[in-house]
Design a protein around this ligand. Structure first.
Ligand SMILES: [Zn+2]
Length: 492
């Protein structure tokens, strides 16, 4: 009897394997036959197909399954880390994660923001249309373009080093809902799989090369690599003053008036410029690239701060990395009746703190400036303090080298970003994390990110993919001794 059960079980097992491999073959045929191998010639087409999935945050599974199948067809090892919409994440690696090798992780997100006003799109947002010059659609830049470059680079490394034992694993990590920062995406991966993932370094989305950043050399582009980001501190202000409720008689004190006055006290004053080691270093690096007096002043920012600070203030994007910012995003008294005086009003402040600024001091300063003890100040959300990633590390240097090799006529600078993405969650865990998208793109394309008519120029993806490949190979070269020809024993 037992042997019969065993026989049945093994038959059943073989049947299951046959079915699952059959379904993979079917998928494999459908994708590969249509789109061809992962080569430079086909890279734009793969992006175009990926863009066609309407993977708005919380609806990632279909797009995720599609790109995961491409990973399977190309021989990568998959680990599913949540497989439902809003919590659909997976890794695709050159070795299984069970190999426990230090891991070079290329992070991207499957989700996109909604398309916005459809009537404003020249080409439909999920058409993936390839015109003579561009690849169109929501996600073409953020973040599917980056994902396709990363995927092609990982597969190229796999094929090139087949049968060899590398000192690193290399992993494509696709996650859900970066745009809404829901809990099922990168946070879920970190909370449940960080040990298994074993990241030595994480490369995440960031700025591309930017032209026009240098005043004295407007045609030269600069490649920023972000090593840190500001911390979000979200604050709620609440003021309650009971008064007669009729607007015909103005009371001496009432909530709306006092909140407006307090906010005026707070926001009417300019935020102080703060020079930190990191932003001073950034100015100095840019100063090295500028000519004449501008370059000289930037190389000595503390000495020339009287001249530099007003210049920085003129560009809020730039000034945001030299200051803690306070942005009033909501004032609400739950009232739309004109002759009623509401007793309560709330205001929301989106504040962003430089890496070394103290949250407590910042809050104290806000209370002082509001100058109204009746206003309750509470924290809705506060990102933890974290260390910047080391721009002296070998990973940073290798990334810089790869960028300079593939993008001539550029220079690399170290920056901190005013906002954060999923990569910041890894940095908060103390993992070396660098953010950039290694392509050179005209500024005008960046205006369409998260807006209508998102698209990227044709032909830039192959170059970005080569940059990732060179980065990975530089990391391998650092460890030539451990590059052996013995294939990994764990094969699946
Ligand atoms: Zn993004």
């Amino acid at each position: 009897m037992l042997s019969k059960i065993k026989a049945f079980l093994s038959f059943f097992f073989i049947f299951i394997i046959a079915i699952s491999s059959y379904s993979q073959v079917v998928n494999s045929e459908s994708t590969t036959q249509n789109l061809g191998p992962l080569t430079n010639e086909n890279i734009d087409t793969y992006l175009s197909e990926y863009v066609k999935f309407e993977s708005i945050s919380g609806h990632e599974k279909e797009a995720g399954e599609w790109i995961k199948n491409i990973c399977i067809e190309n021989g990568l090892h998959i680990k599913q880390m949540g497989d439902t919409d809003g919590e659909y994440n997976f890794t695709a690696s050159i070795y299984p994660l069970s190999s426990k090798l230090p891991n070079i992780v290329l992070l991207n997100h499957i989700d996109v923001v909604p398309a916005g006003d459809l009537s404003k799109w020249i080409e439909p947002p999920f058409s993936g249309k390839i015109t003579e010059t561009d690849i169109w659609g929501r996600g073409a830049w953020d973040n599917k373009g980056n994902a396709i470059m990363q995927l092609f680079s990982v597969v190229e490394i796999l094929n090139k080093y087949k049968g060899k034992q590398l000192p690193f694993n290399v992993t494509f990590l696709a996650v859900s809902c970066e745009e809404t920062q829901c809990r099922g995406g990168a946070e879920y991966v970190i909370n449940n799989y960080l040990d298994e993932l074993n990241p030595a370094v994480v490369l995440g989305e960031g700025p591309p090369a930017i032209k026009g950043a240098l005043q004295t050399k407007p045609n030269k582009s600069v490649f920023p690599i972000s090593v840190a980001h500001k911390r979000a501190l979200w604050i709620k202000l609440k003021l309650n003053i009971n008064t007669s409720a009729h607007g015909s008689v103005t009371p001496l004190r009432y909530a709306n008036k006092e909140m407006v006055e307090a906010l005026d006290n707070l926001l009417g004053k300019k935020q102080k410029a703060i020079y930190t080691d990191l932003n001073v270093k950034m100015l100095k690096e840019m100063g090295q690239l500028e000519k004449g007096l501008t370059g000289f002043a930037m190389r000595h920012p503390k000495l020339f701060r009287m001249f530099i600070t007003p210049k920085l203030r003129q560009q809020p994007e730039l000034f945001s990395i030299f200051s803690n910012t306070i942005t009033l995003t909501s004032v609400d008294s739950m009232n739309d009746v004109v002759n009623v005086i509401p007793s309560e009003v709330t205001a929301l402040l989106d504040c962003r703190l430089l890496p070394n600024s103290s949250k407590d001091e910042f809050l104290e300063n806000i209370k002082k400036r509001l100058d109204n003890d009746d206003i309750e100040v509470s924290t809705i959300y506060s990102m933890p303090e974290m260390k910047s990633s080391d721009d002296e590390s070998i990973y940073y240097k290798n990334l810089k080298k790869a960028i300079l090799k593939n993008h001539t006529e550029t220079d690399v600078i170290t920056i901190l970003l005013p906002n954060t993405s999923d990569a910041g969650l890894f940095r908060a865990k103390g993992i070396a994390t660098f953010c950039t998208v290694p392509v050179n793109i005209e500024m005008s394309y960046l205006d369409n990110i998260h807006s209508e008519n998102e698209r990227i120029p044709r032909g830039i993806l192959a170059n970005g993919k080569n940059t990732y490949v060179d980065f990975i190979e530089e990391c391998i070269k650092e460890n030539p001794d451990s590059l052996s020809t013995v294939p990994l024993s764990v094969s699946n």
